[in-house]
Write a protein that binds this ligand. Sequence first.
Ligand SMILES: Cc1cc2nc3c(=O)[nH]c(=O)nc-3n(C[C@H](O)[C@H](O)[C@H](O)COP(=O)(O)O)c2cc1C
Length: 236
Amino acid sequence: MKITVIHGQSHKGVTYKMTHTVLEFLMSSEDELKEFFLPKNGPGFCVGCNNCFLKGEEHCPGADKVQPIIKSMEESDVIILDSPNYVMEMSGGMKNLMDHFAYRWITHRPHGKMFTKVGITISSSAGALANHTVRSMAKQLKWMGVPKVYTFPLISNAMGINDLNEKKEQEIKSKAQKVATKVKKRVQNPHASLRSKIMFSIFRKMQSSPDAGWNPTDREWWINNGWTKDVRPWRQ
Ligand SMILES: Cc1cc2nc3c(=O)[nH]c(=O)nc-3n(C[C@H](O)[C@H](O)[C@H](O)COP(=O)(O)O)c2cc1C
């Protein structure tokens, strides 16, 4: 199994610990792990040039940082996004990377391999619920075609790793084990969900219509993949 982790922060705090506890339950010695830490391994801010949409992703000013991350995701069975809860959302570093992935949304040029992957989103917050943050990151993966995203939110009752009490450490272990068990099962039987198939078919219809010419780069992607005909990404 191949796993890509994108950390929405560069420090190794509570959220990092949650992710690594999941990995301990999930991985065996043959599995491969690639980790990216934001902002240090990521691109600069999206400048809104629209080059990714209109000319191609290689024309993004941040392509040298974006492409290795997205290629690692495309080669993985499991994609993990984690971030501490910052003002009830993912970190700015994570959101910035998500902006750079916009061209991979189903609305534009999704990668076919994303339709059979498994996602996990992880977030800790000090006192408020981190549910919105894990859902927000899950939404990003789902719009890239990922059919199933497991979420792992935690109220840490801590400002950082040094404040984490024993009870919370136990909670992390038990929740991480539950998530890992579900993910392992799903990885053995990768398949698209009804929701991802419906989303695909809505945008397939759009890209197949004679009026779909507003972005020829997107349209060519759908035609070249055979998706406007009978080919479906989850059957490859
Ligand atoms: C800029 C910033 C914003 C934060 N916003 C919230 C918040 O809105 N609600 C909350 O409960 N905790 C908030 N926190 C606290 C962290 O989410 C919490 O301490 C988390 O467990 C830290 O995880 P880490 O050790 O991985 O950094 C914030 C922390 C920072 C630094």
